[in-house]
Design a protein around this ligand. Structure first.
Ligand SMILES: [Zn+2]
Length: 253
């Protein structure tokens, strides 16, 4: 059984070996380290941290929150050619954040074009802009992964109307006020579902307030398996298969 953290940020982890060890102790053998978190720099920091580590994949991009910084994706070209790079992102649109929406759209379009050229999936950060994300990706044929999904069942229905779409849930589903989200989880086809931490943010209950680490995806996995009424091992195996399909990798196990 291989548990996978489909989305974490490692650029600010100062004890990477301990971090990976703690993950392994909880059966979390595979990580997807997302470089986009602080401009361009965090991509290079992430890559340097994990380039010699097995079973850690990467995604590279510029976070939509940084869309007004005048950065361009050119310098990520080489990183994206590395075999570890399995996706472009995270990118996307967020109407609830202060970064001008127009700048977010421009940067998002650049990511879509880059992913098209590199033939890689896109990892999407989306808040209150599902319609727009679908509109801009209508001709994009690689897989799309909606990370840390918190939309409504109506949003879910819309995004799943597109082929090749995966929905990733974080520790937010374990929060007390997440009844509506839990309902959406139950409506999610099991073969489209991924699990993640979004570490160092969003620790699941009962670890809220602590810095989130990838091992905690085991807590979220147990919670969701129980929620949807499926055996834990089966759930882990299905999400592993989904990860392999979404990111076109073979993680073994
Ligand atoms: Zn993230």
């Amino acid at each position: 059984m291989v548990l996978i953290d489909s989305h974490c940020h490692l650029d600010q982890v100062d004890d990477i070996d301990g971090y990976i060890e703690r993950a392994k102790q909880h059966g979390v053998e595979v990580l997807l380290a997302v470089g986009a978190s602080r401009g361009l720099e965090s991509n290079f920091e992430t890559f340097n941290l994990v380039k010699n580590k097995d079973q850690i994949f990467c995604a590279f991009g510029i976070h939509p929150f940084d869309a007004d910084q005048g950065l361009n994706l050119e310098s990520l070209n080489e990183l994206l050619n590395d075999p570890k790079a399995v996706a472009v992102g995270e990118t996307g649109l967020d109407k609830s954040y202060k970064t001008p929406f127009k700048a977010q759209i421009e940067l998002f379009l650049d990511h879509i074009e880059l992913a098209r050229i590199k033939k890689k999936p896109l990892i999407i950060h989306c808040r209150h802009a599902y319609k727009e994300v679908l509109q801009y990706t209508i001709n994009f044929s690689e897989p799309i992964i909606f990370h840390c999904f918190t939309g409504s069942t109506e949003d879910l229905k819309q995004i799943l109307s597109r082929d090749n779409t995966f929905v990733s849930y974080s520790g937010i589903v374990t929060f007390k006020k997440s009844e509506a989200l839990c309902f959406t989880v139950k409506k999610t086809p099991i073969n489209r579902l991924l699990i993640e931490t979004d570490a160092p943010y969003l620790s699941p209950v009962p670890y809220r307030g602590k810095k989130c680490e990838s091992w905690m995806v085991s807590v979220t996995a147990k919670f969701i398996a129980e929620l949807i009424g499926i055996n834990f091992v089966d759930f882990v195996n299905i999400t592993k298969k989904n990860f392999e399909e979404a990111f076109r990798v073979n993680v073994g196990g």
